[in-house]
Ligand binder design. Structure first.
Ligand code: GDP
Ligand code: IMO
Ligand code: MG
Length: 431
């Protein structure tokens, strides 16, 4: 199968290690495209011990000569973008990296973050309970996009359009802030000036990502689409309402990256060797005891965006099989296998029991999944440090068995194994 046009997505609840896998695969890609989400993402790449965390920028920004695209499906926080560009080392211009930001990407305004915080607070105070958002204004910005009042990147460089749209937004938001939340009003002039400054900074990068991506694919270049969040945080296919506000599944790449479905060659699902989740919502294999703490400690499971401790638990094959189907995953990149070394009694969940009934398939129903109790299978464990292994054959037999068990359960090949956070800590088995 051609591997020219790949989509890489998270197969769990985010933080599977997408950034580090994109970094490995970007070596052979000409173009790397982010297609959804915003600065709620935190994608970590470690190169020779140096850590880089990408929130908005594609994780291919560290390789010389690449084109990196922020697609139309994103909600871009220009403040965050500027910080990230400033912190980036090496600088894109020094290594010939071209950044292109779609004209049609939406802009996260300060009022989106304010509304995100206020809505969370209101949900906490009411019976609904919070979602545990990252507070990055993601939900409110996508609401404006779908209400057709959102401010797009191109508007930042069209003063008249910006003024008209921003005025209407400020009027609307002030009603909401004042009447629903009793919060202070927004100042139009202040926001207009801020947005104009953002436009000046972003202008050199703005362009038509649809043409760029079509041109790259048509001319036979290798294009890698980088997903953010994960399948179970997808607005349609995740554990709604405890999800993010975008399409994190592979299909999202077609919409947010502007390429027809038939033009993709393969789908890579990034899977952590166990499970984690940040924020609220169902997590059947969560371990709130000693084992959860051990996984968090061994795996350094603290959010790359908010620093929150991640909830931890065993690998959930029921959820993984669902992700394989929803995304059409044809290879798995399995990360953090090293974290399981010496962990003790190793388990995987291969079915749920829900209200006295056994489920082998993931039920995409908020009310059903809420009551899922995991059924576990014990797995042979290993103690050896595997972080130095570079070939599959170097792994202890039990670790190989764990990988093969995942392959058999998901009917998908594990093509890459992460045995440490660094670019080099990777076992490649051929995609
Ligand atoms: P993403 O959001 O999917 O890109 O994942 P994050 O960057 O939020 O979280 C993954 C974390 O695990 C980061 O701290 C990575 O450096 C780290 N990591 C990724 N792969 C491996 C691995 O194979 N082993 C270990 N020990 N750490 C890894
Ligand atoms: P990456 O790309 C893990 C979670 C939040 C919250 C829910 C909604 O690094 O895997 P939002 O701010 O998007 O409205 O929050 O989604 N969430 C993530 N969890 N990794 C992420 O991104 C996430 N992005 C959002 O914790 O539960
Ligand atoms: Mg992350």
């Amino acid at each position: 199968m051609s591997d020219r046009v790949s989509v890489l997505i998270g197969a769990q609840w985010g933080d599977e290690g997408k950034g580090r896998v994109v970094d490995v695969l970007a070596k052979d890609a000409d173009v790397v495209v982010r297609f959804q989400g915003g600065a709620n993402a935190g994608h970590t790449v470690v190169v020779e011990g140096k850590k880089h965390v990408f929130h908005i920028l594609p994780s291919g920004m560290l390789y010389p000569g690449k084109t990196c695209v922020i697609g139309n499906g994103l909600v871009v926080d220009p403040e965050q973008l500027r910080n990230e560009m400033e912190e980036l080392d090496p600088k894109p211009e020094a290594i010939g990296v071209k950044l292109l930001i779609s004209y049609s990407a939406h802009i996260v305004m300060p009022y989106h973050k304010k509304l995100d915080a206020l809505a969370e607070h209101a949900r906490s105070a009411s019976g609904a309970g919070p979602i545990g958002t990252t507070g990055r204004g993601i939900g409110p910005c996508y609401v404006d996009k779908y209400s057709r009042i959102g401010i797009r990147a191109e508007d930042l460089v069209s003063p008249k359009v910006l003024e008209k749209k921003l005025r209407a937004n400020v009027e609307e938001k002030n009603q909401i802030l004042e009447k629903i939340y009793g919060a202070p009003k927004l100042d139009f002039n202040e926001l207009y000036e801020l947005a104009t400054r953002w436009g000046e900074f972003m202008a050199p990068y703005l362009g038509d990502s649809t043409l760029e991506i079509d041109g790259a694919v048509t001319s036979g270049k290798s294009v890698l689409f980088e997903g953010a969040q994960g399948t179970l945080l997808d607005v349609d296919h995740g554990t709604y309402p405890f999800v993010t506000s975008s399409s994190c599944v592979s299909g999202g790449a077609s919409i947010g990256g502007a390429l027809g479905p038939g033009r993709f060659s393969r789908v890579i699902g990034v899977v952590k060797a166990y499970c984690t989740r940040v924020g609220e919502g169902p997590f059947p294999t969560e371990d709130r005891g000693v084992m959860g703490d051990r996984l968090r400690e061994n795996g350094a499971e603290f959010g790359a965006t908010t620093g929150r401790p991640r909830r931890c638990g065993w690998l959930d094959l029921v959820a993984l099989n669902y992700a394989v189907k929803v995304n059409g995953i044809d290879s798995i990149a399995l990360t953090k296998l090293d974290v399981l070394s010496g962990i003790g009694n190793l388990k995987v969940c291969d079915a749920y029991e829900i209200n006295g009934k056994k489920y082998a398939a993931f039920p995409n129903s908020a009310t059903i999944i809420e009551n899922a109790r995991p059924l576990y299978r014990e797995m042979p464990a290993w103690d050896a440090d595997i972080s130095g292994c570079r070939r599959f054959e170097d792994l202890p037999e039990e670790a190989r068995g764990y990988v093969r068990f995942i392959e058999d359960s998901a009917s998908v090949k594990v093509s890459l194994i992460g045995v440490g956070p660094d670019r080099e800590d990777t076992i490649l088995r051929g995609f």
